[in-house]
Write a protein that binds this ligand. Sequence first.
Ligand code: ZN
Ligand code: ZN
Length: 145
Amino acid sequence: MLLYLSEITESKVTRDVEYHIAGDELGESAEIKNVSLKVEFYRAAETICLRFFGNATVLTACDRCLADLELDMDLDETYYLFPENTPDVDYFYSGDEIELDDYVRETLVMNMPGKVLCSEDCKGLCSKCGADLNLGDCGCDRSGE
Ligand SMILES: [Zn+2]
Ligand SMILES: [Zn+2]
């Protein structure tokens, strides 16, 4: 999705972000669906501010027992873009448009949950036989661990 510099003024404007996630570009361990994202933009002199906010659903797995988990994720990231060749800044713009897709992707990645558990006291999988210990003890002797 492109944003034209001519559209960015000193008054804040909010717009829906159209973005389609291609395959596993966010990593293979998690999948994102139902992305609902808006971008708010304005300029202050030469600086352009982009704020992405909204929410999405992440499909991932419990770090201990590998059960499927579906998490709601709040998204909120702000970027300040400076003219090309400004020293010591992270984000630039040049030409007469800004490609928003990279910022959207980064917003999603930055907000991805790290290790998640299906519950605080998830017992995980048996290290000997792989049984899901939340369903009951498998009877293996794991005392040596
Ligand atoms: Zn679990
Ligand atoms: Zn076992």
